[in-house]
Ligand binder design. Structure first.
Ligand code: GSH
Length: 211
């Protein structure tokens, strides 16, 4: 059994989407970050950076295996199942490039934009401008890629698309106000959002940990 420690956020939805795609049985353990449950000592033994998501695979290669960081979780599940990540060659490295690009760039920048432009009661114009500009730049990078190939790793849907989807969807919903102008000029990104969002596993994974 795989145990998924997660919450209703873009990072928390990524492993749920992949688990749904793989059809693997898993148990959801909600970690309500609005109530600081990510700081509970038991959770910190699994995820020392006090962030969701994390998993425990009871059937790990050498016994139960705990993994934190969504990119590591997606890579582990893709490798152990042999799906959604090419075993070798250019498509594998393209998927890993875009996966790392999401974890190191798109996620943190959109997260900061969400804090400064939406969640913070105090508005700091310089921070809002800085993160809006950077989010627009990153979405532009994605647009150029998706104008050239159907999916981020190339011809096939992969863990790179799974990592990027919840954050890109947030750009059209939670972050719609600061990013409305940016999204108007991104038809390839819209086409990709529709294609990925039409997958039943994505639709189910996006509802993980909802009450
Ligand atoms: N790089 C991490 C980011 C995870 C992350 O930022 N999780 C947020 C929710 S989306 C969280 O747990 N925040 C709680 C906190 O910072 O205390 C990953 O990709 O797993």
């Amino acid at each position: 059994m795989i145990h998924l420690y997660t919450w209703t956020t873009p990072n928390g939805r990524k492993p749920a989407i992949l688990l749904e795609e793989l059809g693997l049985p898993y148990t959801v353990h909600p970690v309500n970050i609005g109530k600081d449950e990510q700081f509970a000592p038991d959770f910190l033994t699994l995820s020392p950076n006090n962030k969701i998501p994390a998993i425990v695979d009871d059937a790990g290669p050498e016994g139960p295996l705990a993994i934190f960081e969504s990119g590591a979780i997606l890579t582990y599940l893709a490798e152990t199942s042999g799906r959604f990540l090419a075993p070798a060659g250019p498509a594998r490295y393209a998927a890993l490039e875009w996966l790392h690009w999401q974890v190191g760039g798109l996620g943190p920048m959109l997260g900061q934009l969400g804090f400064f432009a939406v969640r913070s009661p105090e508005k700091a114009p310089l921070a809002i401008e800085r993160f809006t500009t950077e989010a627009d730049r990153l979405l532009g990078v994605m647009e150029r890629r998706l104008a050239a190939v159907p999916y981020l790793a190339g011809a096939d849907y992969s863990i790179a698309d799974i990592a990027c989807y919840p954050w890109t969807l947030a750009a059209t919903s939670f972050l719609k106000e600061p990013l409305a102008a940016s999204l108007e000029t991104k038809p390839a990104l819209r086409r990709w959002l529709d294609a990925v969002g039409a997958r039943p596993a994505v639709q189910t994974g996006m509802t993980v940990a909802e009450a």
